[in-house]
Design a protein around this ligand. Structure first.
Ligand code: ASP
Ligand code: MG
Length: 412
């Protein structure tokens, strides 16, 4: 039997009517001849409520009990989904993570999936079960305790099952109808993409296009799981949603596929540090130890043995970065004249696998920003991405200007 994985996010199972709507989509795939593994999230808002209860009960909570509580939202939807399918005469049953068992590490609240043995579920398929409804987001540790995978983890559960069961595809049903060239709330010209490569999706996911948990895309890329993102509120037609797939499957690739942004960035400059071997390690070691997620780094040319070092990090980590740098100076490990932080910047990136084979993307990007009078503060590039830091007040304008410049509203 060909097998599909269908994952329903919180808004798609928010109440009984929506669970019925989702179950109807599952029933149709069974009628099309598929065995189906359904992965469900908790009803929308439920996980937040559970997390809140834990915090209220115990400020410095035992992470094992946190997982026992917050994993429960998915158990409710899994059972209700199985019951709804049974009411439709579809042979279905629910599985909690430990029953599969979905084995994870012991890192409570952020566990890694280690193994999904197929035996138990395969045996039930062999007996005539058509749908296995699995509670997402949860597993069991080597110690036999319930674990969770981190917020948004049901996406990762779904991809892991698709890989383990060699599913034809992993459909992620959500409240948006696909992945867009940029955020439609910022740019009304934004267009839904029919296909996007794993690498591009990874860049867009980590840059704030919050459709898929980043880890799920990494996993899909590693195991070549074709992922489709689509809305559970629209009727499925052929080619609905966005297919996230290997780049070999993408024919019509534009040079740039999307424009991403990250609103709350900061730019920190250490003014006049001694330019000597080991200085970068002396700066970025303590920053890493302090848990600062450094993103872009620029070192200026040096004059008379001194240079400026600039880096970017999330705005809410600036205080931590400043403390780490001053402590390092007090310990005599580094020396700088001043530390200047600009907390009103944002990062704008253009992403596309087509960049690998096309020159001139950077020039076109910089020209488009210049024409709007937007000053660029820091630039970084990778094989498939160019990112700039600009003043936050220009964020919307920059996204729109780049969307226009690369004609992303047009189909390739
Ligand atoms: N319910 C969990 C959360 O909100 C997991 C998920 O839905 O992906 O983080
Ligand atoms: Mg989600």
């Amino acid at each position: 039997m060909p097998l599909l994985v269908m994952k329903f996010g919180g808004t798609s199972v928010a109440d009984l009517a929506r669970i019925r709507n989702a179950a109807e989509k599952v029933r149709r795939e069974v009628a099309n001849g598929y065995d189906v593994i359904v992965i469900v999230s908790a009803m929308s808002g439920k996980t937040n409520e559970l997390v809140g209860w834990v915090g209220e009960t115990s400020p410095f909570y035992d992470a094992r009990e946190y997982d026992a509580v917050v994993s429960s939202g998915e158990n409710v939807t899994a059972g209700l989904m199985a019951l709804t399918l049974q009411e439709m005469d579809v042979p279905a049953r629910s599985w909690q993570g430990w029953q599969v068992p979905l084995r994870t590490s012991s890192a409570h609240g952020a566990a890694r999936i280690e193994e999904i043995p197929r035996t138990n579920i395969d045996a039930k398929f062999a007996e005539g079960m058509k749908v296995a409804v699995v509670a997402g987001f949860q597993g069991i540790s080597p110690e036999g305790r319930i674990t969770t995978l981190g917020r948004g983890g049901s996406d990762t559960t779904a991809v892991a099952f698709a890989a383990a069961f060699e599913a034809e595809r992993c459909d992620i049903y959500t409240d948006v109808d696909g992945v867009y060239t940029t955020d439609p709330r910022i740019c009304d010209q934004a267009r839904k993409l029919n296909r996007i490569a794993f690498e591009e999706m990874l860049e867009l996911a980590s840059l704030g296009a919050k459709v898929l948990q980043t880890r799920s895309v990494e996993l899909a890329m590693r195991y070549n799981v074709r992922l489709r993102v689509l809305s559970s509120f629209e009727d499925q037609t052929e080619g609905a949603g966005t297919l996230v797939c290997a780049e070999e499957e993408i024919m019509e690739s534009k040079v740039v596929s999307g424009v991403a942004y990250s609103r709350d960035e900061a730019e920190v400059t250490l003014v006049s540090v001694a330019d000597r071997p080991g200085i970068a390690a002396a700066i970025f070691g303590p920053l890493a130890d302090a848990g600062v997620n450094v993103d872009m780094i620029v070192q200026n040319i040096s004059e008379e043995g001194r240079t400026d070092m600039t880096f970017s990090c999330p705005v809410d980590q600036v205080a931590r970065a400043e403390k780490a740098m001053k402590d390092a100076r007090d310990r005599g490990e580094i020396n700088f004249h001043d530390l200047v932080a600009d907390t009103a910047v944002c990062k704008i990136s253009v992403v596309g696998i087509g960049m690998r084979s096309h020159a001139g993307v950077a020039a076109r990007m910089f020209r488009a920003l210049a024409e709007e009078g937007i000053n660029i503060k820091v630039i970084t590039t990778s094989e498939i991405k160019i990112s700039v830091l600009v003043d936050r007040k220009y964020m919307e304008l920059a996204v729109q200007a780049l969307h226009d410049a690369f004609e992303l509203e047009k189909v390739a």
